[in-house]
Write a protein that binds this ligand. Structure first.
Ligand code: HEM
Length: 477
């Protein structure tokens, strides 16, 4: 869509600087001049004969787009004239196209599936089930052990790895079945997302339902989905490493870096699917001319540009706070300093604890590793980031009362404020009650809900390119 916008802006510029506009024709019959258009002034319009007047600009647009229709055409056609759409946006050359809304709904559905797997992944971690399946078999791994003998074999494999050796010496086969099923369900959900993404993507691509730029985005998302699967196994491998046995102080759990990377890439996938889906649905409305003119007009107001940028900043801040939360979860840093706002006697823990030498390595100029490896510092960072995010959201909400944003944007910023309050309350409760599974899981779901609210605000603040708005019957913009 960016190329579409750029081409529209270029077109606007070209049109305004056109010498044709400077020297209007005598008859003003809307003739086309290569590379530009001539437009009539109001007075010229009045002077034009009644026959000429009925060919108003809107009708010309309609007839021009209509003439481009082809009977065997599978793509949606918009009422936007071809000249307003860049080469990249046309899936079949010389056709005016936009992605079919069904593709947008499908992407929103897959985003919901990603939301679900993030929650299930969190539960898998919280129930310490993630290391129960010690192999990665993409095809045959679909099958669950059936007989008691098969279960015993799986349990035997699990017993060879550090988690069982170091922690779970009393685990029964019954308990093992529970953690195995949790991890199996997580992996199955991942496979289901893969299939429900790839198969419809191939179908929509083959049927020509998508513009070229949408197809590129879908290919990018498919790549990210594959990478996410790889990261999942890469993370699990870190928890199965024999090195954990050699270090007496090591806790048998996955690397917190890999956990944060796995969560971060799931969030990126979710962001990509959600924003692309919403954009496709909106573009279809614009192209069909059903997008409200008043909203297009309000979104073009330069007075809200700063608010728009701030909304993007808030979404980025929520994302970063979530990544810092993943480090807290990965290091079990929620099991210390279970009070708020204090950490011990003060709001800030002692400096020698925050920048402990235990987390530095020879040659380190500065104790920076504490920010990533020291549970105290990591928890402190998460508190700082969370309160900063809450403060920024409150400030944005106050700002939203002072700028002429749309009703939808106002609603989105109200929701964002409410969800942020809820998320911080959940975070504090999770900490105070020492990470009980229901609260920790709700806190994780809250982070994605908060991100969704921020992205919704970003989406409803997106500008409608001026010429698209005009070409869809929106006058006086
Ligand atoms: C903007 C607000 C916040 C966001 C977006 C956020 C996000 C997150 C995320 C994504 C996680 C990782 C969950 C997981 O992987 O299971 C997390 C964990 C955690 N957060 Fe927050 N958080 C916020 C506020 C807070 C606050 C205010 C506190 C308390 C001071 C807090 C305490 C915790 C704790 C203790 C964990 C670890 C839970 C566990 O081990 O499962 N969070 N947070």
């Amino acid at each position: 869509m960016y190329s579409l916008r750029n081409s529209l802006n270029n077109f606007t510029r070209a049109r305004l600087t056109s010498k044709v506009l400077a020297t209007p024709s005598k008859s003003c019959r809307f003739q086309r001049v290569p590379g530009s258009y001539s437009f009539c002034t109001k007075r010229e319009n009045l002077r034009a004969s009644s026959k000429e007047r009925q060919f108003t600009r809107q009708k010309r647009i309609f007839f021009r787009s209509f003439s481009l229709l082809r009977p065997n055409h599978l793509l949606q056609k918009s009422t936007i004239p071809k000249q307003f759409i860049s080469q990249n946006e046309t899936a079949i050359s010389s056709s005016i196209t936009y992605t079919k809304p069904v593709v947008g709904y499908w992407l929103l559905g897959t985003a919901a599936l990603v939301f679900g797997i993030v929650i299930l992944g969190g539960l898998t971690r919280l129930t310490e089930s993630g290391l129960s399946i010690v192999e990665w078999k993409p095809i045959t791994g679909v099958l669950l052990p059936i007989t008691e003998q098969q279960w015993k074999e799986e349990f035997k494999k699990y017993k060879q790895f550090p988690e069982y050796k170091k922690l779970d010496t009393e685990m029964s086969l019954y308990d093992f079945k529970f953690i195995y099923l949790m991890e199996w369900a997580h992996r199955m959900w991942g496979r289901a997302i893969g299939l429900s993404f790839i198969l419809p993507a191939v179908y929509f691509g083959a049927r020509g339902y998508m513009t070229r730029s949408t197809s590129y985005k879908i290919i990018g998302l498919a790549g990210l989905l594959g990478f996410q699967g790889f990261l999942g196994w890469y993370m699990v491998k870190s928890g199965l490493s024999e090195e954990l046995m050699n270090d007496p102080g090591a806790v048998p759990r996955v690397s917190h870096y890999r956990l944060a990377a796995h969560l971060g890439s799931a969030f990126l996938l979710y962001i990509g699917m959600l924003l692309t889906g919403l954009q496709i649905l909106r573009d279809a409305k614009i192209a069909r001319g059903t997008f409200p003119a008043s909203i297009s007009k309000a979104l073009l107001n330069p007075a809200i540009a700063m608010f728009r940028r701030s909304a993007i900043g808030i979404a980025a801040l929520v994302f970063l706070t979530s990544l810092s939360g993943a480090l807290v979860a990965g290091l079990d840093a929620g099991l210390i300093y279970n009070e708020f706002p204090y950490m011990g006697k003060n709001i800030m823990p002692p400096q020698n604890e925050l920048f402990s030498k235990n987390y530095t390595r020879p040659g380190d100029a500065f104790a920076w590793r504490n920010f990533f490896d020291n549970p105290t510092t990591v928890q402190f960072d998460h508190r700082i980031m969370a309160t900063t995010t809450l403060g920024a959201i409150i400030a944005l909400w106050v700002y939203s009362r002072r700028v002429p944003i749309t009703v939808n944007a106002r609603r989105a910023s109200n929701i964002l404020l409410g969800v942020a309050g809820m998320q911080v309350t959940l975070g504090i409760s999770t900490l105070i009650y020492m990470v009980p599974i229901p609260l920790a899981s709700a806190h994780q779901a809250g982070s994605l809900t908060l991100l969704t609210s921020a992205l919704w605000l970003v989406h409803v603040m997106r500008r409608v390119p001026p010429l698209i708005a005009k070409s869809n019957g929106l006058k006086k913009l």
